[in-house]
Write a protein that binds this ligand. Structure first.
Ligand code: ADP
Ligand code: MG
Length: 268
């Protein structure tokens, strides 16, 4: 696959901030004078979450402390049922913790009003999932455009339609799906759907990408292609990534791996 070659131009993914990773090295290894004092791009502080089913309480997270730095690719590994999706949903403000905080660039985000959280997810936090969650009636291109439609509202979206289209097409080319713009999800393979989902997650130029088992539904070589796209986006564009997975071979390709065990994060 030559997809990584499509990712050669750093100017092509719209980004809010420049992380400035060094080619061939992990951004996490770059020690700038200000790096130590800079707040984590995304962090959780003593995060706890239980689910209640009737009278039964299922404690899932029991005080999770984790940080991901700007430009870092962090993998969180854990067995099935260990709370990986729960944690990622809390980091992405899709759900609220019972206790603890989630902070983005030092600012608390878990307790924002719903409209602010929607805006945050639309513009600053991109998410991809094991089962892609593409809109079935939309083409690949329309799926990628959908966050921009939501962000702009009909009138503003229409006025900037040409620029949005160009951006969405460039992103689909970047992830190697430029030849499937009009295909609907049911006409795409699993790997192709995940490529479309990555393009959709990046279209608003997020500060961080959250990936929930992004290779979990794919065969090993297709999963590896997806990982290569994420790895290249991180190295070449400085995209901050938090990926959860149960697969050690996948996790080990990140800059750093932590383990979710009995509701807490341990250094792997
Ligand atoms: P993982 O992603 O690591 O497989 P999850 O975060 O999906 O784990 O789930 C962790 C635990 O919480 C599991 O035991 C699961 O059954 C339980 N759980 C997840 N979501 C809910 C829910 N909405 N209601 C009740 N229990 C849940
Ligand atoms: Mg899960």
């Amino acid at each position: 696959m030559s997809d990584a070659l499509h990712l050669a131009s750093p100017s092509r993914v719209p980004r809010r901030r420049t992380a400035g990773p060094v080619a061939g090295g992990s951004p996490a290894d770059v020690s700038e004078p200000s790096a130590a004092s800079k707040p984590a791009r995304l962090e959780s502080v003593r995060l706890s979450k239980s689910y209640r089913k009737g009278r039964v309480t299922i404690p899932v997270l029991r005080g999770v402390d984790m940080q991901v730095r700007d430009g870092e690719f962090l993998a969180i590994i854990g067995q099935s049922g260990s709370g990986k999706s729960t944690l990622l949903h809390l980091l992405g403000t899709l759900d609220a913790p019972d206790e603890g905080e989630v902070r983005c660039d030092g600012q608390r985000i878990d307790n924002l009003p719903a409209a602010k959280r929607d805006q945050l997810r639309n513009q600053r936090i991109g998410m991809i999932f094991q089962f892609y969650h593409l809109l079935p009636e939309f083409s690949a291109l329309e799926n990628v455009l959908s966050p921009l439609m939501i962000a702009s509202g009909a009138w503003r979206y229409f006025r900037s339609r040409r620029a949005h289209l160009t951006k969405a097409k460039e992103l689909l080319e970047l992830v190697g799906l430029g030849h499937r713009l009009k295909h609907k999800p049911r006409e795409l393979s699993g790997g192709e759907m995940q490529r479309a989902a990555i393009a959709r997650a990046l279209v608003a130029g997020p500060d961080v990408l959250l990936a929930d088992e992004p290779t979990g539904n794919l065969d090993r070589s297709t999963g590896q292609e997806i990982l290569k796209i994420l790895r290249t986006l991180n190295r070449q564009q400085g995209l901050t990534i938090v990926m959860v997975t149960h697969d050690l071979a996948i996790a080990e390709q990140a800059d750093r791996v932590v383990r979710l065990v009995e509701g807490q994060v341990q250094q792997a």
